[in-house]
Design a protein around this ligand. Structure first.
Ligand code: ADP
Ligand code: MG
Length: 643
């Protein structure tokens, strides 16, 4: 630890300066949140101390009564928020107030638009935190001392929020942190007892800690006490989740969420359960945010719930409570079923933990199930934000696979828009009587899926196909082979069995069709072999297609081979994928294929065959090995038409 005594001037990390600027400018219309953020930090600091003191009671020094004090000085134009929580060492101050440790910060900043309204939302998702002080202050002083360090190891940090700050060692008698805001010209409304109290009630009533303000004196109660010794509690200071559910308002639930999740926006929904008595004693308050956090898709995304044991905060971001596919869930678990001295290591394989986790996952799935039934519009919001995370579920959580499958939503040929709103249940209800499988098509984009030649026979027979074009979809269908006994079948894999599809034709019609198919096979057997000779290593097999009506050709993956879309994804992700050759199918009713059949000139036959193959690859969303050659071939044939 450094021992510099004179003030030192340091620069903020570039990202901090940028973020500060954005916070100040985009949150201008929501100034009062600075107090919520600072109280929230003070409360977190107290929680941390309480936890560390479980194993080291000396940290309390002589003062075990944790509290937050808010005061103001009209003449000096300052507001001070003090806590006797964990405090910070010099290194921690530099780390916490001078840098942003969050991964993905640079990407996040790059996404900002310059439009203050839009940016306000983004910044909210990012978490505004301590820097919101600068919305109303033109200078901020932080005096702090880490619990456990001696009085001369206090630190004073000061900044005008303009690129640099000073840091100096000071003597600080009490442990914890004082944040002193020097209020900007024109922000005098906050130098007011009533105003501060009402902000506290609005945002911080249920911080698990007393927030003290000076007692008011005098008949008009406009002036704070001058002797500044008498304090009174300005909030309710009980954790919200322990109160009877019917006494809690929606507003209170929302404010609790903002504190727990460090989010700026209201949650989408929440579920509050108090399970007392019985073998597993716990309270859970679980929230689904209305927006995905900016880093949900980043590997280092910090997830998990807050753990309290017997009302005492134990730790934040306990991952073990939620599987990865539910990583967007925020909230609190307060239980009597775990010991107070539990550590992260013990949480790893603790039987009670497993039970709790199971119970909580069920709660979340129930909550989502209910939302999908009661409020499809809200569920659609959920799906847009977190659907792709939920799609990881069937692979990750075998036990709840059926329940997760019910919550999935897809685009479909049944809809005109790309909206993902069709559930398996809905699909199954629309299935034809003879239809046994749930059909789907995967492609790079919705449009590619929708326009795929593979859908032609299904369209003709009026059979719905789910259109999957999110990257995760290949992974999903790889781990979800059926829904309620109905197998999932890719329309781009294997052969199409019309019996199974149950087309319009009657039985006799089908027999007739079978006969015809045999005939066609005969008729084309010669050219099938020739095409195979021409294409050689490019294909696994060439055959007559039963799935095409208007396209001349298409590519199909063999039943047990990896789908072509998945091959492309894996390659794009830099994985070594062994080349899997496709099956090339030709539509015998197509004029171009008939042209090919009747072509006597071997050179021309080769050109045609290659063009039909390249076209099929393009329609698949694939890439040609030699696009220039394809264009040359096309042009040559086109010119012959003109002659
Ligand atoms: P967040 O609370 O989301 O972590 P903030 O910007 O609000 O982000 O705070 C940054 C960090 O500064 C906190 O994580 C904490 O480590 C530290 N910090 C802020 N206020 C206090 C405080 N009153 N006591 C101790 N540490 C604090
Ligand atoms: Mg904070």
């Amino acid at each position: 630890m450094s021992t510099v005594h004179q003030p030192e001037k340091l620069h903020f990390q570039a990202e901090v300066t940028q973020l500060l600027d954005i916070v100040v400018h985009s949150l201008y219309s929501n100034k009062e949140i600075f107090l919520r953020e600072l109280i929230s930090n003070a409360s977190d600091a107290s929680d941390k101390l309480r936890f560390e003191a479980l194993s080291d009671p000396a940290l309390y020094e002589t003062d075990a009564e944790l509290k937050i004090q808010v005061s103001f000085d009209e003449k000096a134009r300052t507001i001070t928020i003090s806590d006797n929580g964990i405090g910070m060492s010099r290194d921690e101050v530099v780390e916490n107030l001078g840098t942003i440790a969050k991964s993905g910060t640079r990407d996040f900043l790059a996404r900002l638009t310059g439009d203050q309204k839009k940016d306000a939302h983004l910044v909210g998702q990012f978490g505004v935190g301590f820097y919101s002080s600068f919305i109303i202050a033109d200078k901020v002083t932080v005096n702090t001392r880490r619990a456990g360090l001696t009085q001369e190891h206090g630190v004073s940090w000061e900044s005008a929020g303009k690129g640099d700050y000073t840091i100096a060692n000071i003597e600080k008698l009490t442990r914890g942190t004082d944040v002193i805001l020097h209020i900007k010209e024109g922000e005098d409304e906050f130098l007011n007892d009533w105003r501060l109290r009402s902000i506290i009630t609005k945002y911080s009533d249920h911080i698990n800690l007393p927030i003290m303000m000076h007692k008011m004196i005098g008949a008009d109660e406009k002036e704070p006490a001058t002797n500044e010794t008498e304090w009174e509690v300005a909030n309710r200071a009980t954790a919200l989740w322990v109160l009877p559910k019917n006494t809690i308002t929606d507003e209170q639930y929302k404010e609790q969420y903002k504190h727990i999740a460090h989010d700026f926006e209201d949650p989408l929904i929440w579920g509050h359960n108090q399970v007392e008595g019985g073998s597993l004693d716990y309270i859970s308050l679980l929230y689904i945010p209305s927006k995905a956090p900016f880093d949900l898709w980043q590997h280092q995304h910090q997830r998990g719930l807050k753990l309290y044991v017997q009302r005492v905060f134990i730790m934040d971001k306990v991952e073990q409570f939620m599987p990865n596919y539910l990583r967007f869930v925020r909230g609190v678990v307060d239980t009597n079923a775990l010991p107070l001295n539990i550590s992260r290591e013990i949480l790893q394989d603790n039987a009670t933990m497993t039970k709790l986790r199971n119970a909580l996952v069920k709660r979340v799935l129930d909550m989502l199930d209910k939302l999908s039934k009661d409020n499809p519009e809200k569920y659609a919001i959920f799906w847009t934000q977190f659907g792709n995370a939920l799609k990881e579920g069937p692979a990750e959580d075998f036990t709840h696979r059926e329940r997760i499958a019910k919550l999935l939503r897809f685009s479909s040929t049944h809809l005109d828009s790309p909206a993902q709103t069709v559930s398996f249940e809905e699909y199954v209800a629309r299935m034809k009587p003879e239809q046994k499988k749930i059909y789907f098509m995967t492609a790079e984009t919705f449009n590619a899926a929708k326009a795929s030649p593979h859908l032609e026979i299904f369209r003709k027979n009026n059979i719905e196909v789910l259109l999957l074009s999110d990257r995760i979809d290949e992974w999903l269908v790889g781990h979800l082979s059926e829904f309620e006994g109905k197998p999932l079948q890719s329309v781009a894999k294997g052969d199409v069995n019309l019996d199974e599809i149950g087309g319009e034709e009657d039985k006799a019609g089908k027999e007739e069709q079978k006969k015809q198919e045999e005939q066609v096979k005969e008729e084309f057997s010669g050219i099938i072999q020739r095409v195979k000779d021409v294409l050689g290593e490019q294909v696994k097999e060439v055959r007559i297609s039963h799935r095409l009506t208007s396209s001349p050709s298409c590519l199909v993956a063999d039943e047990n081979d990896m789908g072509m879309q998945l091959q492309r994804l894996l390659k794009a992700a830099g994985q070594d994928v062994a080349e899997i050759k496709p099956i090339f199918e030709l539509n015998p009713t197509h004029a171009l294929v008939n042209l090919l059949r009747d072509e006597k000139d071997m050179e021309r036959f080769k050109e045609w065959a290659q063009i039909l193959f390249d076209q099929a690859l393009l329609a698949e969303g694939g890439q040609l090995k030699e696009p220039a050659l394809f264009v040359q071939r096309m042009n040559k044939l086109l010119l012959e038409l003109v002659k």
